[in-house]
Design a protein around this ligand. Structure first.
Ligand code: SAM
Length: 284
């Protein structure tokens, strides 16, 4: 009599193992192996559904909160792929493309997607910026955790892939002004801005929605953010007090140079005045 495969799992099965014919035995083994595979799949699925949450950083959680339900979105520079997995686990109707230019993070994103059983809803692709996108397949793009200059370059180089993109969510680590400038020169109105502090760094999250009548932004709005300037959350004061001190130090250093760059010094001084105005401009 053949031994039941993995009897611990199959002890309640009704499979008749009382077979002597070798051909039938192997068939039975196959049946049992198949039952075991199904059982494993059920257990794996249970594990995932019991444990189907990813703990995102506050920064990425904030980005995720700006992705509407049912979005078909691309996460460019996805790295580990946590953001698209998190969104798809919380919203059954969401679908995503995770883009990565580097092979290590690309494989890591593939692994995360597989681990959470999301391969049917998240396509992980290797390639530069927006070139991995097919025309019209997504309506929202996320670019998070990069510098503002890289974000603007990726958007610039992939302009022809943006026809269907209604919203862009950018989270530049630095160089927010470049991103805002790109938004308004390419017809995206800033509809949401947030600040979050993590590991001692204050991050800005900027969402722009396509709008053919986008208004030009003033220099001050580009620097501080049009919505942040109105809302002035607590972190706004922290950030701009630090930036004020930073600019003062830079000016002092520049003045000590053998050939001081007067234009640059003037530009920084102008920003110092703006920061003073903005920080003084209410009863905080
Ligand atoms: N988006 C994730 C986050 O916010 O935590 C990961 C940020 S990680 C610091 C930046 C990622 O962008 C890296 O994994 C890098 O390989 C990827 N990257 C850089 N340039 C890229 C490009 N041109 N196209 C696609 N991915 C890029």
């Amino acid at each position: 009599m053949p031994k039941p495969l993995h009897s611990g799992f199959l002890s309640n099965s009704n499979i008749n193992v009382n077979i002597v014919n070798a051909k039938r035995v192997s068939l039975l083994d196959m049946q049992q192996a198949y039952s075991f595979m199904l059982l494993q799949e059920v257990l794996i699925h249970k594990e995932i559904t019991m444990n189907n949450s990813i703990k995102l950083s506050g920064r990425l959680e904030n980005v995720a909160s700006l992705i509407p339900k049912g979005a078909e979105f691309a996460d460019i520079g996805s790295d580990h792929g946590y953001l698209p997995c998190y969104v798809c686990l919380h919203d059954e109707s969401a679908q995503a493309v995770a883009g990565e230019v580097n092979e290590g993070p690309f494989l890591s994103a593939q692994e995360t997607v597989k681990r959470y059983g999301l391969a049917k809803r998240i396509d992980v692709r290797l390639g530069n910026g927006l070139e991995i996108l097919k025309d019209g397949e997504v309506n929202l793009v996320v670019l998070a955790g990069m510098g503002g200059a890289l974000i603007s370059t990726i958007l610039d180089e992939g302009k022809d892939r943006l026809k269907s993109i209604k919203r862009i969510i950018a989270q530049p680590n630095v160089g927010e002004r470049r991103v805002r400038q790109w938004f308004y020169t390419h017809g995206y109105t800033i509809t949401n801005e947030a600040m979050i502090k993590e590991n001692g760094h204050i991050y800005e999250i900027i969402a722009g929605d396509k709008n053919p009548t986008t208004q030009e932004m003033t220099e001050k709005q580009l620097l501080f953010g049009p919505r942040l300037l109105k809302q002035k959350p607590e972190l706004f004061y922290q950030k701009w007090e630090n930036e004020y001190a930073k600019r003062q130090r830079i000016i002092d250093q520049m003045k000590k140079a053998a050939l001081p760059n007067d234009n640059k010094i003037e530009a920084f001084k102008k920003e110092l005045t703006w920061i003073e105005e903005v920080l003084r401009d209410d009863s905080h």
